[in-house]
Design a protein around this ligand. Structure first.
Ligand SMILES: *Cc1c(COP(=O)(O)O)cnc(C)c1O
Length: 497
């Protein structure tokens, strides 16, 4: 059955999956959502014997119904190949009786690679299918990980250019180095004076700038997005929840139909929304545990029904979760509002105007599968050190937030359901904070000394992505104010004449 996509703010107009991928964001500022969540057509038992690539095909074909089998399989093959340092793509590691789904074995050692290694292929296939002659300009705001993963995915991809904005003082040194050393004549990286929300707001504004869109069109260009607002990011993320369940079933860690809880360290709400979609597709998922850092706007939302971004923005050791406006939450709201675009649009209008909104009691009742909690900086650091002491396994700061929240959940509920924690980054990406958590004595070491030390104490080889950074030259040094974003984009694209 065909799946069509419409905006969360107006469900009248429906478009195909490939059109939604090309557009990224709807013209009314809403996000594209599927008109229904398809059910899996393969049993979990049958999926248990499939490879990651085969599982990806079984899941993605149900959402991307206007892609041919050959098109989709080609995209999958090109994405999940030797860029990943393991054939299984997303290995599961057991520690303290819980399963860590390691989503960081791709080119940039964070979970964004799971979707961004395939998005460029989905995008150029979509362009061909829709006879788009324009060059596609990917415009992206990043809290650190999306930027590098998108740059790596789109670098030198014919028919595309990519522009990335990141908060100049809001990413880790390794994250920044990864971005500013990105090769590829079609890549452009800019630090902005502001935080991630500023970058994201600026990008959204450029997307809805009709005058700019016309100027680009005249020059044979059009924008698209690699942010998790693009449905082409979300669909590939559903895959690994299906895969994780199937693998645990195969290894007899789960029995047929038994429930599995999922814990996700959350920022923009894309990853956990993918888990929600997996549940809707029929994967026996129990609770969806949403873990926040000290920017605990989602915890407050799940406990009170009120979303309120009017608070101080905290820079934490898990910068990819330093977000006060979780864009993808809008997709969940739309669903729990009974796919009522008008009601959703009113909430978003309130968010834009006052920075807050409150959902109805009816909507809240539909969020029973979600549990929200948060971890302080201290709890996060303690979690890294206690895990290391107990098992020798080293968690990154984001995964440690999730692990700490999971402990709180078990304490609160005594729920012993089999649990998978989404492990979203390699500890080598946040080395200083990770090593400081393990022992304060490491703080005097340089970033690259710390990397070698981490490798020694964890018995894990330094990932290639980090080893290469030591010698990589800096090729991007642009910095601008948030008010200058439009001018710098036009300049880069050569439409400022
Ligand atoms: C992006 C990111 C997150 C947050 O994921 P969302 O889909 O934005 O909720 C968590 N951890 C890491 C390491 C990330 O890069």
């Amino acid at each position: 059955m065909e799946v069509l996509y419409s905006s969360t703010r107006n469900s009248d107009k429906k478009i195909t999956a490939s059109q939604a991928i090309l557009k990224g964001l709807a013209e009314d500022g809403g996000l594209f959502v599927p008109d229904h969540i398809p059910s899996l057509t393969c049993s979990m038992r049958d999926l248990a014997d499939k490879s990651y690539q085969e599982t990806a095909y079984e899941v993605m074909k149900l959402f991307l119904t206007d892609f041919t089998q050959a098109e989709l399989k080609k995209c999958i093959e090109r994405a999940y190949d030797s860029k990943f340092d393991t054939d299984v793509i997303a290995p599961i590691v057991e520690a303290e009786g819980t399963y860590y789904l390691e989503l960081f074995h791709g080119a940039t050692i964070a979970f964004k690679d799971m979707a961004l290694s395939i998005l460029p292929h989905l995008m150029i296939t979509s362009a061909k299918k829709n006879h788009v002659e324009n060059e596609i300009v990917i415009l992206t705001a990043t809290s650190g990980d999306t930027g590098k993963a998108a740059l790596a995915g789109f670098a030198d991809v014919e028919g595309t250019k990519i522009i990335v904005f990141y908060p100049k003082n809001g990413v880790s040194p390794i994250q920044e180095k990864q971005m500013v050393t990105q090769k590829g004549a079609n890549t452009f990286v800019v630090g902005i004076h502001g935080n991630f929300d500023d970058a994201q707001a600026g990008v959204k504004e450029l997307f809805s700038d009709k005058e700019l869109a016309q100027e680009l069109a005249d020059a044979g260009l059009q924008f698209s997005s690699a942010n998790s607002i693009n449905i082409g990011r979300l669909v590939p993320q559903v895959v690994y929840y299906v895969y994780a369940y199937a693998k645990l079933l195969k290894e007899d860690k789960l029995s047929d139909g038994e429930r599995m809880n999922v814990v996700v360290p959350t920022g923009n709400f894309g990853n956990i929304l993918a888990a929600f979609y997996a549940k809707q597709m029929g994967v026996p998922i129990g609770k969806l545990i949403c873990a926040s850092n000290e920017n605990k706007v989602l915890y407050d939302f799940f406990t009170t029904g009120r979303y309120d971004r009017n608070r101080e923005f905290v820079l934490t050791s898990s910068p990819s979760m330093d977000i006060l406006i979780s864009s993808n939450l809008e997709r969940l709201l739309y669903r729990v509002a009974g796919e009522d675009a008008e009601q959703n649009a009113a909430l978003m209008e309130s968010l834009a105007r006052t920075g807050a909104y409150e959902i109805t009691e009816q909507m809240r009742e539909q969020l029973v599968d979600f549990y929200g909690n948060y971890a302080s900086e201290k709890e996060t650091a303690n979690r890294i050190s206690s895990m290391y002491e107990n098992t020798g396994y080293v968690l990154d700061t984001h995964t440690a937030v999730a692990s700490a929240v999971y402990q709180k959940y078990v304490e609160d509920t005594k729920d012993k359901t089999v649990t998978v924690i989404a492990s979203t980054a390699s500890p080598f990406k946040f080395t200083r904070n990770v090593m400081n958590a393990i022992d304060g004595k490491y703080d005097t070491m340089s970033d690259f000394e710390l990397v070698d030390k981490l490798s020694a104490i964890s018995n894990v080889d330094v990932p290639t992505a980090v080893a290469q950074l030591k010698t990589a030259p800096v090729v991007h040094d642009h910095v601008c104010d948030k008010t200058e974003m439009k001018a710098i984009v036009k300049h880069f694209l050569g439409v400022d004449a």
